[in-house]
Every structure is written in structure tokens, then in C-alpha cells.
Design a protein around this ligand. Structure first.
Ligand SMILES: [Zn+2]
Ligand SMILES: [Zn+2]
Length: 595
């Protein structure tokens, strides 16, 4: 089985991954920032799974249909289909308008109509089959309809997080955490090196607006899907007495979908706003429907808040307002979302004093502000918590959907936490059976490590399965292999496996060291009595899985049940190589008595 990273690799946009196991599944088919990379897929695929409606995940789907590259169907949640079709028709309209300016359209409305004919939907948590794969959508809490995608093929489980929410949404549920062991985790990293503020987003928005002092008008560029609705709801909660204009017909249509896609909403929201349209109704709110009205408003300097798409100042109604706002010393341009590299939003945010809008150079005179916290993406802490909350650590983590520098920092953080992250590059293809997991079967930790005062890992080391031989290796060798594996994945070269250590040697060292270290830790008050007791209880015979992987960190003991690992344990016991569990328990009991 092979996984190819077609897009969203070391970049934020263009998410697209091809999973090939004889049957070809494309996960997401996103629009790219760079013009020349827009047509990326050359081969036919059997099916497409879509995580969510945002165009950087769905934007090239009509092109797939136009170029006859899809044999089967597109699958998503019902809300994703609904919202994506709104976004795609809107994109086709913009492309048609651009065509008049000499730009070639990638697809038209007809392609979208044909796309919708082959688009099937499944609710969250409903399992379905594609080829010999079993597929399930899990709530991602990112935008309405958003899902993570869990795919199981011949016992191997792969989870694509898609864009994953941070639980800060005012309206949407927290992301679901899968309950099964994930072999390969493909995780987004937009905010992989940053943390969101602790304060609720509506408080931050309210404080920012009330602290602005004397201003004429505020322009908030916002994504039509998700952000615009969250802002309006935030304003509703705070009850500001300023006229608000939602200048995005698309955002208004998306807001309407909230009324009938209740499963994605928080229970308290579902119960509170049962009547259609109530959720987003606030006094002084006008939905700006015509372009004429939009232009009229743009000229009007009266005090108001205008929320308009697109969120990164790349076209849309926001462009009616932008030149007027930029020139107005008393106006405020308030960014609330991520501004991708190369966008006009990023340029202004980074302090460019004059910008080009439709052949006109415009000086930036207004105040430029940015607030954090309205993000639809998990921050660093959220992403790491997500991984830590999985019942079993993933065997391998691929970091996608982020700027490369951010991804490197995120990967470093994961390595510190003893995960095996990898940052694939674009077009890179990885054999999912040839990962580090194949060789490192068991990680029982031979040496003790101090993590602050109380976080302790027991038995660092590894057991290596190599042809028919089982080798016990040191922690250093284990990391060596992981590093070599990474290089191999990068260069696709074969590597030599480091020489093993004599097994007898390991066993005698293990017992002695174990006793000495345990005793030291008790005497130095690193290891508490209850922690030791906990270890003994969990290590008692009958819990075979203990052997495969023990980690005592943050008062949690995690087990790694995995058929292959259990078979290995059985084999080891049979060969009499190691009976560490019983030995470990008896030593621990001895130390407990003595100290
Ligand atoms: Zn998204
Ligand atoms: Zn995205």
C-alpha cells in the first residue's frame, strides 16, 4: 500500500493525498495557491474522500470530473456536500468573471453539476466500504460538516485529521478522538508552533473593538465558511451597539445550513436556537445582498463593522471595501484569521505601506490590527493533546498542511515526546508497510529517565525483528534505526541494521539495573510508593500487553495491544529469551518492601 503526498505537503494549501492499495482513493482535492500547479493529477482514481468543504481541500474536484479522472464516487458528510457545492458554484462564478479579464477558467458550473451527480454522503461515525477498505467520518470540529477520515485496510488503520478544530468554536463540537489504534496518522499543522490565547474569542473581539477609541469603521475580512458565522455569533453574545453588515451572500447561505445540520453543533447551541434563523439574528445586522449595496456601503464613512469575504483579501466582496478602508486614517482593518504566504492579507499584515489593487497603488493609512483566538485550527498544544488523547500512540505521524518552518518546529516537539514524526515533501510516495513500525516491534525501556520530577519512563530499549531472528537492542540503537528509517524514507535507500547486543548480557544488566535504579529513585523520592504499587498491579500476569510497551508518564499507564507485538511477546517467552515481566514485578515488590 502506498501513500503519495500530492499537495498540502510543506505548504498550507492544495491538500491532496493518494492512497493506492490496488484501489485508488484520493483524500481531498484542494485548490492550490500557485497557478501553475493547479492541474496536478494525471492518473484515474477509483474514489475521492473529502474531509471538508474549504476550497483548499475541495476546490479541484470539478476539474477531476472535467478531465474524466474519477471512476467512482466522491464521499463526504451531507453538510460538507452542501457547503462545498455553495463554495464551488461561487468559485466557478468568480472564474467566469476572471475569464473576462483574460484568465482561463479551470472549470464551469456544468462540471459541478456532473460532480454532484456522483457525490454520495455518509453521516458521521457510519462505516462504509470502498474496495477492501472500511471508511468512517469522525467529527473534526473545524467548520460545519468537517470530518476526520479513518480508513482501515487489511488491519492497517490510517487517520487523516483533515483540518482539525481547537475546541474554541462558539458553535461547533470539539473534534472527536478515535478510540482505536492508529498506525499512520496524517495530521495538519497550520498552528503547529503557536498557541491560541486562553481567553474566549468573543471576549477578545469585544475588548479589541471597545479599545479602538475613535474610529470610523472596521473591516473584518473573514472566510465565508466558519469564521463569518463565528464572528456574528460572538457579536451576538456580547451585544455591541454598532451596526453590523455581513457583506457575503455566500456566508449568509452557509449560515442557513447551520439550521439543518445540527449534529455538528454543540448541544447547548442545538437546544437554544431551535427556530430557523434565530442563531444569527442580532439587532443592527444587515445581510448585504446586492453588489450595488456593497459598493454604496464601501463609500459610506459612518461608524460600522463590515464582515466580508474573502478572508485573506484574495477577491470577493471585501475588495469593494478594501481600497476605501486602506485610505481612511480613521478606519480599522481587523484580521481575525490566518493569512497565508503570498496573499494580499499577509502583505498588509506584515506592514507593507502601499499595495496594488487592480492596477492602482494604494497607500495604507488605516490601522491594521490582528486578534488571535477565532481560529478554526488546533494550536500546538491542541494538536499534541489530540495525539496524547488517542488511546494508543500512532506508529507513525506524517505532518501535513503547514508552512515548512512551522512543521519542523512541530516535529521537534513531537520527537521530544518520543513520537516518530515525518514531514513528507510534495510528490513523495511512501510505502506504508515499510515504515519504522515493521522493524521496531517492541519498545520496553531498559533505562530510567527523569522527566521533571515525577514523569518516569521504564525500560528504554527495543526488540528488533529481522527475518526470523529476534534481537534485543539498546535505546541508542533504537533511535539510530528510527533516524536511518527517516533517511531511508527520504532517499528511498536500503540501510544496514545495526549489530545486535548479546541477549544474555542484556538480561543480567536489566535485572541489576532495574533493582538499583528503582531503589535509587525511591531513595531520591522520584518514585512514589503508590506509583510503584500501580506498576506492580498493572504488571501482574494476565496483562500480556504490558510487555509490548509500558510508559508511565503523567500518571498514565498506556498499553499497546497490537497483534504483531503480542505474537512477538509469545515468541520471546517461548524461546525463554526474557521473562522480564515476572522479574520486574518481583524486583519491584522487593524494592517496595525495602524502602
Ligand atoms: Zn479548512
Ligand atoms: Zn485547509
Amino acid at each position: 500500500m502506498r501513500l503519495k503526498f500530492l499537495g498540502g505537503a510543506r505548504e498550507v494549501t492544495g491538500s491532496s493525498f493518494l492512497l493506492d492499495f490496488g484501489y485508488k482513493i484520493l483524500v481531498d482535492c484542494g485548490m492550490r495557491q500557485k497557478e501553475e500547479e493547479k492541474i496536478f493529477l494525471k492518473e484515474e482514481v477509483d474514489a475521492v474522500l473529502l474531509t471538508h468543504a474549504h476550497l483548499d481541500h475541495s476546490g479541484l474536484l470539478p476539474l477531476l470530473i472535467k478531465n474524466n479522472l474519477l471512476k467512482g464516487n466522491v464521499y463526504s458528510t451531507p453538510a460538507t456536500k452542501e457547503v462545498a457545492s455553495l463554495l464551488l458554484f461561487d468559485a466557478a462564478k468568480i472564474q467566469r468573471e476572471d475569464e473576462e479579464k483574460g484568465k482561463k477558467a479551470l472549470f464551469d458550473e456544468n462540471d459541478i453539476v456532473n460532480l454532484l451527480k456522483v457525490w454520495e454522503t455518509y453521516d458521521l461515525n457510519k462505516q462504509f466500504s470502498l474496495g477492501n477498505a472500511r471508511v468512517k467520518f469522525l467529527d473534526a470540529g473545524h467548520i460545519i460538516g468537517s470530518s476526520q477520515i479513518l480508513i482501515e485496510i487489511e488491519g492497517i488503520k490510517i487517520l487523516f485529521t483533515g483540518d482539525i478544530g481547537c475546541g474554541r468554536s462558539l458553535l461547533l463540537n470539539k473534534p472527536d478522538v478515535p478510540k482505536e489504534h492508529i498506525d499512520y496518522l496524517i495530521i495538519e499543522s497550520t498552528y503547529g508552533d503557536r498557541e491560541h490565547p486562553d481567553k474566549p474569542p468573543e471576549e477578545i473581539l469585544y475588548e479589541e473593538i471597545t479599545s479602538l477609541g475613535d474610529y470610523s469603521r472596521i473591516l473584518i475580512p473573514a472566510f465565508a465558511v466558519g469564521r463569518a458565522q463565528e464572528i456574528i455569533y460572538g457579536l451576538k453574545l456580547k451585544g455591541l451597539d454598532i451596526p453590523v453588515f455581513l457583506d457575503s451572500p455566500l456566508a449568509e447561505k452557509v449560515a442557513e445550513t447551520y439550521d439543518y445540520f445540527l449534529p455538528y453543533l454543540k448541544p447547548e447551541i442545538k437546544n437554544k436556537w431551535k427556530k430557523m434563523g434565530e442563531m444569527f439574528s442580532i439587532p443592527h445586522l444587515e445581510y448585504v445582498r446586492s453588489n450595488k449595496r456593497s459598493k454604496e456601503l464601501a463609500e459610506d464613512r459612518k461608524k460600522k463593522i463590515v464582515i466580508a469575504a474573502s478572508g485573506m483579501l484574495e477577491g470577493g466582496r471585501v475588495m469593494n471595501h478594501l481600497p476605501h478602508i486602506l485610505k481612511d486614517e480613521n478606519a480599522v482593518l481587523l484580521f481575525i484569521g490566518y493569512q497565508a504566504e503570498g496573499t494580499l492579507g499577509r502583505k498588509i499584515l506584515e506592514g507593507e505601506r502601499s499595495v496594488w489593487i487592480e492596477d492602482k497603488e494604494i497607500e495604507v493609512k488605516c490601522s491594521i490590527k490582528k486578534i488571535e483566538g477565532f481560529s478554526a485550527h488546533s494550536d500546538r498544544r491542541g494538536l499534541i493533546n489530540f495525539i496524547n488523547n488517542l488511546p494508543f500512540y500512532p506508529s507513525y505521524i506524517f505532518i501535513v498542511h503547514g508552512e515548512y518552518e512551522t512543521q519542523k518546529r512541530f516535529a521537534d516537539e513531537l520527537r521530544i515526546q518520543k513520537f516518530y514524526p515525518y514531514i513528507p515533501s510534495k510528490e513523495e510516495e511512501i510505502d506504508l508497510k515499510g515504515g519504522a513500525r515493521e522493524k521496531i516491534i517492541i519498545d520496553f525501556e531498559k533505562k530510567f529517565q527523569k522527566y521533571g520530577m515525577y514523569e518516569i519512563m521504564l525500560f528504554t530499549g527495543g526488540i528488533l525483528k529481522d527475518d526470523n531472528l529476534i534481537r534485543v537492542i539498546s535505546k541508542e540503537d533504537l533511535f539510530e534505526i528510527i533516524n536511518e528509517e527517516e533517511k531511508r524514507l527520504k532517499h528511498k535507500e536500503k540501510v544496514e541494521i545495526p549489530v545486535d547486543i548479546e541477549k544474555e548480557e542484556i538480561e543480567s544488566i536489566t535485572e541489576e539495573e532495574f533493582y538499583r535504579e528503582l531503589k535509587n529513585m525511591r531513595e531520591e523520592k522520584i518514585l512514589s510508593k503508590s506509583k510503584l504499587q500501580e506498576f506492580i498491579e498493572n504488571a501482574s500476569p494476565g496483562i500480556d500487553n504490558l510487555f509490548s510497551w509500558i510508559r508511565i508518564t503523567k500518571n498514565k499507564i498506556r498499553f499497546y495491544p497490537d497483534k504483531e507485538k503480542n505474537d512477538m511477546v509469545a515468541e520471546i517467552l517461548l524461546r525463554g529469551i526474557n521473562s522480564l515481566r515476572e522479574i520486574a514485578v518481583s524486583i519491584a515488590e522487593k524494592v517496595l518492601e525495602e524502602t
